[in-house]
Design a protein around this ligand. Structure first.
Ligand code: PMP
Length: 354
């Protein structure tokens, strides 16, 4: 770091995104992207908007916000559109965490939460998952901080029921609860339906996974209008044009093309279930994932060894060094062809061990 870098960032360890290798063509199952291209309508609308980029994008994102609100069955004043859901999550750390409201989240969850806490200089506390990686909601009921729960959780893919979220919201009416639903479309139960009932709930979602738009960076927050106003105060204090024209156009196209979205999500769920079955028959154990990835381990080969051997064979999966999950790998559900290649590589690796 330079001698000019502010001391307040002395201890900041940035988030490490999954590898995006350029040296070789991999079967990429490491960053939970969709194997399917964006909707044609999304591309068409983005192209149209690309011809207008001499003008700023709409800071209110009126058309996009209304389309998303209609899709989710809430009022437009209950929605904020952001540059990926990472941005709205960061806004939530800024808006709702401080020394007397530390961030509280699971010990094994989305790795960015720690970074958001750190960059915003707010304390955080982690709550251990149970042995089977499930969340024990009882452990969260008496916390004094602002709670962040990914549902489905990452990298486990496990869900908590809406009844647990309801209990949390009711038990803590004076604390914000943020439910991160990046993977909800692949089989989770959305808490958006609770937004009208609880003023302490913020739900975050993204176009990155189920709508094939990871590279466009589009996410949203859904909450009661007062919470949305807080988040807009931050947005207008940082970057009112946080969603660019092409991305906003693509977002509207993706929402209009509902059949394509449903078809892709169903395809990924089907491929997930088939891959899970095949992996089980090869001796893998795994969590009951409701996301677009599987979280797997095998007694005969360590997590890191499997990751490295798969990489040698041209298949990239995600391995984490946290001791609690070091024997596991997170494998994104790709297309059936990609998953066949992955399974073939796994079979070869297991055979080589004998
Ligand atoms: N939440 C979770 C649990 C995630 O895994 C991700 C993706 N890395 C995000 C949020 C952020 O995704 P995006 O910014 O692409 O919407």
């Amino acid at each position: 770091m330079s001698k000019f870098f502010s001391e307040k960032f002395n201890k900041l360890t940035p988030y490490v995104p999954g590898e995006q290798p350029k040296e070789r063509q991999y079967i990429k199952l490491n960053t939970n992207e969709s194997p399917y291209p964006p909707s044609k309508k999304a591309v068409e609308y983005a192209e149209k908007q690309s011809k207008m980029v001499m003008l700023y994008s709409d800071p209110d994102q009126k058309a996009l916000t209304e389309a998303v609100a209609k899709e989710l069955g809430v009022g437009a004043d209950c929605v904020i559109m952001t540059n990926g859901s990472d941005e709205v999550l960061n806004f939530a750390f800024m808006a709702y965490c401080d020394d007397s409201h530390p961030a509280v989240f699971a010990d094994i969850t989305y790795g960015f939460y720690k970074v958001f806490a750190s960059v915003n200089n707010v304390p955080y506390k982690t709550i251990p998952l149970r042995e089977d990686f499930s969340i024990d909601i009882e452990e969260y009921l008496n916390e004094q901080g602002t709670i962040f729960i990914a549902n489905p959780n990452a990298p486990t893919g496990l869900t908590i029921p809406l009844s647990d979220i309801r209990r949390l919201l009711e038990k803590n009416p004076n604390r914000m609860v943020i439910i991160d639903e990046a993977y909800v479309d692949f089989g989770g139960e959305s808490a958006v339906s609770l937004v009208g009932e609880y003023d302490n709930l913020l739900v975050t979602q993204t176009f990155s996974k189920s709508r094939s738009m990871a590279g466009a960076r589009l996410g949203m927050g859904i909450a009661n209008p007062q919470v949305i106003r807080d988040l807009n105060t931050l947005k207008y204090s940082l970057n009112p044009y946080n969603v660019n024209r092409m991305t906003a156009g693509a977002g509207i196209g993706a929402i209009e093309d509902r059949d394509y979205f449903v078809k892709n999500v169903n395809e990924i769920i089907k491929t997930r279930e088939q891959t899970a079955k095949e992996l089980e028959s090869l001796g893998f154990s795994m969590t009951l994932s409701k996301a677009n990835f599987l979280f797997i381990k095998h007694d005969k080969i360590g997590g890191e060894e499997l990751y490295l051997k798969l990489k040698e064979k041209g298949v990239l999966v995600r391995h984490f060094n946290d001791p609690k999950i070091v024997e596991y790998n997170r494998v994104t559900v790709g297309s059936p062809t990609q998953m066949q290649a992955f399974i073939s590589a796994v079979k070869e690796i297991l055979e080589e061990l004998l």
